[in-house]
Write a protein that binds this ligand. Sequence first.
Ligand code: UD1
Length: 342
Amino acid sequence: MNKVIVTGGAGFIGSHTYVELMGAGMEPIIVDDLRNSEERVLGGLEKITGKKPVIHRIDCTDRDAMDRVFAAEKPSSVIHFAADKAVGESVQDPLKYYHNNIGSLATLLRVMQGHGVKDVVFSSSCTVYGDSEDLPVTENSATGQAASPYGYTKVVCEQMLRDVSASDPGLRVVMLRYFNPIGAHPSAHIGELPIGVPNSLVPYITQTAAGIRERLTVHGDDYPTRDGSCIRDYIHVVDLAKAHVAALRWLSGRKAPVCEVFNLGTGQGNTVLEAVHTFEEVNGVKVPYVIGPRRAGDVVAMYADTTKSSEVLGWRTELTLADALRDAWHWQQALGGEGEKE
Ligand code: UD1
């Protein structure tokens, strides 16, 4: 039985993972109330896979509703994507983040216990490393100094999983620390759907190239990097999605207890300006930009050591920054002027 509950399966990473799970012969079941997504994602998934997705539109902090889903579906594993992820909003409304992100994981683990489900893959983030000088960061680099309430929810969720795992020897846990996921499915049927003015770099670039935004502001060119702009590890969302299939396969071959963390990045750092110029070159389109002040909370540089994920999971990235920026642009073009969802 390969039924996988995918919370947040209508989101950016969740929807791409849904496609890869289907491709691997698994049976993903989406649990998502679409609060940060849209109906069109389900249509996109159907176009790609040829099958109407199964979705339960519930809030993951609603224990009774989650119980009903588990009773009806009898899954063998769970991938937990559902979470709020806007760094700035988490500073304005930290309780929303602590309630939703920590509450949904606590609820999920209780419901899993009640239904004897033992395998869980959790979406964590490189944000748990804070402003690390230990570059590239390995899974053993220091964590715990996140720069935002959002980041702290990931730190707390990881700790919750370690504690619950220690108390329940049957549990098998994989925590995946994502670096900067970008791009879209090459079919352009699914991609990122930013709400309002994008905070993240690549949606801002694509909306600027499409004329929805006047110009991009590069947040600082006075950092101690090769061109003065910040360095990040941009990973194609399809490569990232494939890592979840690898993680589930790896888990199912393990003897419990397991609680392991993996970095999911390319291992390559690129500056903001390199990303902008690569986008322009690969797509033959201009991105007007100005240099602005540094953005509060940004770390100078962050990129992954991927040795553990490639050696243990047998997974490595196959797509380049240029591939991701080309696919992001195709997705923006498929969206047309609808990029702006307020
Ligand atoms: C951060 C977190 C990441 C988290 C994500 C959630 C870190 C290191 N990363 O990503 O774990 O999942 O938030 O949203 O904490 N930039 C501009 N102009 C713009 C937008 C961005 O110059 O208009 C720059 C930023 O200053 C940064 C880079 O682009 O240097 C990437 O920014 P962004 O896409 O927002 O991601 P992170 O902040 O790295």
